[in-house]
Write a protein that binds this ligand. Structure first.
Ligand SMILES: [Zn+2]
Length: 480
């Protein structure tokens, strides 16, 4: 008996995984199970027509096709591609953890359908090995080592057959844009160069990447903060390379507004959960933070706390690992000064107090583009070298927990001082500052973490006064 299974998702506000099973049995009629809507029931016809465009013979006989769970609504023509792939796999007696979504035109083209970003989040969360999507969705979803994009059904078959092979035929390579392991984009240099004027931001990017610190950015219209996010991403990839670690997924989600995300849009996944799961293992950057609905703060806080996001609702949900670096940006005041600010002192204070304290404590870096004399500029190769150095010190300190890579961000507060090797002068300075400086108190842990990251990056095992002072500089934007 030939049988294969391909995964896709259901439609609706809360998409769930759907298993599509294709089984070959003696006989002539098709049997469809779980094909509820008319447009879904027509899917086998579209598949048969599209199949003619390929050079593959149609595996004739009786196909029993089942979509389960049967009760879930299936999204229109989106099961065409998974259905064709399931038959192809069953025919070749192959099994693979494959996810797919897409409509088939009768001439063999693979067309995009709504809900593909949702499929990607669910699939990655469920540990998909391979995801096959319409070429037209590439711009929306972006590149990922597990995703291949195809324009036609024939390409889809070829891609499946050669997925693991190094020597994919030239014709397939050319048309399917197989994703190579990421090379550092050459734009890294130019982006990094744009920070030569502001070494504080360079160091902030290094610290964020080395220590896994979440950052808050007082974006000024003059300063393109997405550049800063791009620098962080380049460094992140650079660190993986330096550590000879496999370059895993490092998706960046750059969001300027998530206003409509609290009400679910029919046919789409809750966009917020979607962003969180797609940023998994990478960077989640959200702009206009203080203008967003404050309820998002609570939801994000829960995700940062647990390291997981919950997909689904009520009894029917599953936890998705959601570890990422968070970069928030906001205008420094409510009027968003294009030329000059017209806000009163009271308004300014009220604006900045919009971030609630418990949430603020999860952010270690508080940045503005104000320059600071405490830092000196670095070239791109120097920056990568510093990261490598930091990595070494970090590994030495955490040999015992080397299985899972911790970051300074994750060190429990009670272990901070014990682990951070502050020298006598630093402790004395610390005590003196504690009595007078306003930044002490709740932000002590943040500043210690940042200082530790700075010392790591400079290759110094003990925590010195200069590191504390620099750390304060990278954290001041929360108070001024
Ligand atoms: Zn203003």
């Amino acid at each position: 008996m030939q049988h294969a299974r391909v995964f896709t998702i259901s439609s609706g506000a809360w998409p769930r995984p759907v298993e599509l099973d294709a089984t070959h049995r003696p006989g002539i009629r098709w049997e469809l199970i779980g094909f509820t809507e008319r447009i879904v029931r027509e899917s086998p016809q579209r598949v048969r027509h599209a199949w003619r465009s390929t050079r593959q013979p149609w595996p004739s006989g009786k196909w029993v096709i089942s979509l389960s769970p049967a009760a879930l609504p299936k999204s229109g023509a989106a099961v065409d591609l998974p259905l064709a792939l399931a038959i192809h796999l069953a025919h070749r007696r192959k099994t693979t953890n494959l996810w797919a979504m897409g409509e088939l035109h009768f001439d063999g083209r693979v067309l995009p359908v709504p809900g593909i970003p949702a499929l990607v989040s669910v699939a990655l969360a469920q540990g998909a090995a391979r995801i096959l999507l319409p070429l037209a969705s590439q711009a929306e979803v972006g590149d990922h080592p597990k995703i291949r994009y195809v324009g036609t059904l024939e390409e889809a078959f070829a891609q499946l057959d050669f997925w693991e092979d190094a020597d994919v035929p030239e014709t397939v390579l050319k048309r399917t844009r197989a994703l190579e392991p990421r090379k550092l984009p050459s734009s890294a240099f130019t982006i990094w160069d744009s920070f030569q004027e502001n070494p504080k931001l360079q160091w902030a990017a290094l610290v964020a990447v080395h220590g896994g610190h979440h950052a808050f950015f007082w974006a000024n219209p003059k300063f393109p903060w997405p550049n800063w996010v791009a620098a962080v991403q380049h460094l992140y990839l650079g660190r993986l390379e330096a550590a000879k670690a496999p370059v895993r997924d490092c998706p960046t989600r750059l969001i300027t507004s998530i206003m409509p995300s609290l009400g679910s849009t029919p046919g789409l996944m809750d966009p917020f959960t979607n962003e969180v799961t797609q940023a998994n293992g990478g960077i989640l950057a959200i702009g206009r933070w203080l203008e967003q609905d404050p309820r998002i703060e609570d939801r994000l806080a829960a995700v940062l706390e647990r390291g997981t996001a919950l997909l689904g609702r009520g009894q029917d949900h599953w936890a998705v690992p959601a570890r990422f670096q968070l970069v928030l940006a906001s205008a420094p005041c409510a009027c968003g000064p294009i030329v000059s600010c017209i806000c009163s002192n009271h308004q300014l204070r009220a604006w900045k107090q919009k971030i609630r304290k418990p949430f603020l404590e999860r952010l270690d870096l508080g940045l503005d583009e104000q320059k600071s004399g405490e830092f000196s500029a670095l070239s791109w190769p120097q920056a990568l070298a510093q990261l490598e150095q930091g990595e070494k010190i970090w590994t030495q300190r955490f040999v015992q927990s080397s299985e899972e890579r911790w970051t300074n961000r994750q060190v429990p507060v009670h272990r901070l001082l014990e682990l951070f090797h502050a020298n006598k002068e630093t402790l004395a300075w610390f005590e003196k500052e504690q009595a007078t400086a306003r930044w002490m108190g709740s932000r002590m842990a943040q500043i210690l973490r940042v200082a530790r990251s700075l010392a790591d990056l400079q290759g110094i095992a003990t925590l010195e006064i200069q590191h504390m002072k620099q750390a304060v500089q990278l954290n001041t934007a929360f108070t001024t």
